[in-house]
Design a protein around this ligand. Structure first.
Ligand code: FES
Length: 581
């Protein structure tokens, strides 16, 4: 047991009697609590029911959660139909475009908020409403540490729009059109017109970015009701899922189905399998590592790479393929995918329904003809979307999303063109004086967990303008940062250890030769150890610090990418297992 609470204990106080404030007189504490909540008009009959907390992450700054009011209403309906008392409460909400310096900087804060409010308030189960990239991982991390019955409700993807007859959606098409604008292929008027169409409704990004990845992963982990990943935000299906989620939460509370019974090495293995098969966001690995760490489970990157060699990409969604999330939903969603992946799954893994994943797959409706989820024998890409690289440039590992990379560049040696940090890159990348060719390798330092800080999604280094104008569409890029799941290109990410703490990346210089071989899982700097040591001694790296506040906590405590970029003190105290086993 990784955590210090277990709601399966039948003698523990439940509902409103749970976690009473400590005045030295428990009877008085309950008397006082009831008096206050009755001020909101509740009856004793209502207050005797199992209490289902609903983490309300609606926010005017988070359009990806813009349907939160409707979802909460439906969850409440489901809870009450099943005999429970729903109580919603606010937590932090994070949107990718409204979080400085980066949403990742705030993920751990949201996880702490979720954990502590779930612990502090009297609930027998919690419904976690999340959707935008960092929210689902933050909620699963927090709930895993709080270890009560918990169920994830995804807000759902946005609808797609259309620009001059062409279907568009955030955010792969955002990048594609911005690339055209940078290359002077379209003018200011057209890029403004596209801006109106990319996000056609509330909800999360409509391609296989991090939000969709985490939605699929949440279902693969067994943390959503069956079919909970794919319904778009504004559909009746999504609202029905919300109602089912509320009802299921009551059942979980009655059964004492705590999250540690669902999040096991087997379920993490299923999530890794799905991550590979959907061509999911590279961010998914970091988040899975962090969630698993809360339960003392290590994600084995070498194991992930082995799984990748036997797991084809089956989902034909952008950026690896051509469809959008709503198409995946129309194609049957995760039921279609999991049915196809069944021989590779750990079918004994438990789910929020109280049934195993294998039992759920056996209950799915009959398959039908569709063209979004490929057959195992006819994949969109023969191997898993993500490969794990090692070498003297990344002793702790690095990753590449090979399904979104250019096949020709995956075996490449080139001259490093180095940017010391994001500011240096912004100042020089579009200069006509930049000494760069399409055969070079762009290296960006100091965008790792401590470097930026918060490991921003700046690993998608733009093609230098002079190359873009010449028609170059891809170039090898390397950094210690992350990349949006909606991005594409031959991009090496999560180089560990990062430059800001003195990883080898810190000492790369323009003109060095770098070799990338995805086939050999290699990322190496053609510079001797002696020369690297000489450079380190000549200009030692001093890790960043801060004087106060959350930034101080962050810089003191954040771990590297291979540890999930969680805070070291939030991981479970003891290691309990690893995935894959
Ligand atoms: Fe929220 Fe993409 S910005 S999911």
């Amino acid at each position: 047991m990784a955590n210090d609470s277990n709601d399966n204990d039948k003698n523990k106080p439940r509902g409103m009697k749970k976690g009473l404030a400590n005045y030295g007189d428990q009877g008085f504490s309950l008397f006082l609590r009831k008096a206050f909540i009755k001020g909101a008009g509740f009856t004793d009959n209502a207050l005797d029911r199992p209490v289902i907390g609903i983490a309300n992450t609606g926010s005017g700054f988070n359009p990806c959660h813009g349907n939160a009011p409707q979802l909460i209403e439906a969850v409440k309906r489901g809870v009450m139909l099943a005999g429970g008392l729903p109580v919603d409460f606010p937590t932090i909400s994070i949107h990718e475009s409204f979080s400085t310096p980066t949403s990742m900087y705030l993920r751990n804060l949201m996880s702490m908020d979720t954990e502590e409010m779930v612990r502090a308030q009297p609930m027998d189960a919690v419904v976690l409403i999340g959707g935008c990239d960092k929210t689902v991982p933050a909620q699963l991390m927090g709930a895993a540490s709080a270890n009560i019955p918990a169920i994830q409700l995804i807000t759902g993807s946005m609808l797609t729009g259309a620009h001059r007859g062409e279907r568009v959606g955030a955010c792969t098409d955002c990048r594609r059109y911005w690339g055209k604008f940078r290359a002077d292929e379209i003018d200011g008027e057209e890029i403004a017109a596209v801006n109106n169409q990319l996000v056609a409704s509330v909800g999360t990004c409509s391609v296989m970015g991090t939000a969709s990845t985490m939605a699929c992963i949440a279902e693969a982990l067994g943390m959503t009701v069956p079919g909970g990943a794919s319904p778009p935000a504004v559909t009746a299906d999504r609202i029905r899922v919300a109602e089912q989620t509320g009802a299921q939460a009551v059942q979980m509370a009655l059964d004492g189905l705590t999250i540690d019974k669902i999040l096991t090495p087997a379920s993490f293995e299923n999530a890794m399998r799905v991550l590979l098969a959907i061509g999911g966001s590279t961010n998914g690995i970091i988040h899975l590592t962090a969630i698993a760490g809360r339960l003392g489970i290590d994600i084995d990157l070498a194991g992930l790479d082995r799984m990748g060699r036997e797991t084809p990409v089956l989902l034909d969604l952008k950026p690896s393929g051509q469809h959008y999330m709503e198409d995946f939903h129309h194609a049957g969603g995760m039921a279609t995918l999991l049915r196809e992946l069944k021989p590779l799954l750990r079918l004994e893994a438990m789910t929020v329904s109280g049934r195993t994943l294998g039992e759920e797959i056996d209950r799915y409706d009959a398959p039908f003809e569709q063209d979004v989820v490929r057959k195992f024998a006819d994949p969109i890409y023969p191997q898993g979307g993500i490969a794990v690289l090692r070498g003297n440039l990344a002793p702790g590992g690095a990753i590449i999303k090979q399904s979104a990379a250019h096949p020709k560049l995956m075996e490449h040696e080139g001259r490093a063109v180095v940017f010391e940090n994001s500011e240096d890159m912004a100042n020089r990348i579009d200069s006509d004086d930049l000494d760069v060719t399409a055969d070079d390798i762009l290296v960006l330092k100091n965008i790792g967990p401590k470097g930026a800080p918060g490991m921003p999604e700046a690993g998608y280094i733009p093609i230098p303008k002079k190359l873009a104008r010449a028609g170059v569409k891809d170039i090898v890029r390397i950094s210690d940062g992350r990349m949006s799941g909606t991005a594409f290109g031959t991009i090496v990410l999560h180089v560990t250890p990062e430059a800001a703490i003195g990883g080898p990346l810190a000492y790369v210089q323009t003109g060095d030769r770098i070799r990338l071989s995805v086939a050999n899982r290699e990322i190496s700097l053609q510079v001797t150890d002696e020369e690297l040591a000489r450079r380190a001694a000549a200009q030692p790296v001093i890790p960043p610090t801060a004087e106060r506040g959350y930034r101080k906590l962050f810089l003191q405590s954040v771990t590297q990418a291979d540890q999930g970029v969680d805070f070291d003190f939030l991981r479970a105290v003891r290691t309990t297992g690893k995935a894959p086993e």
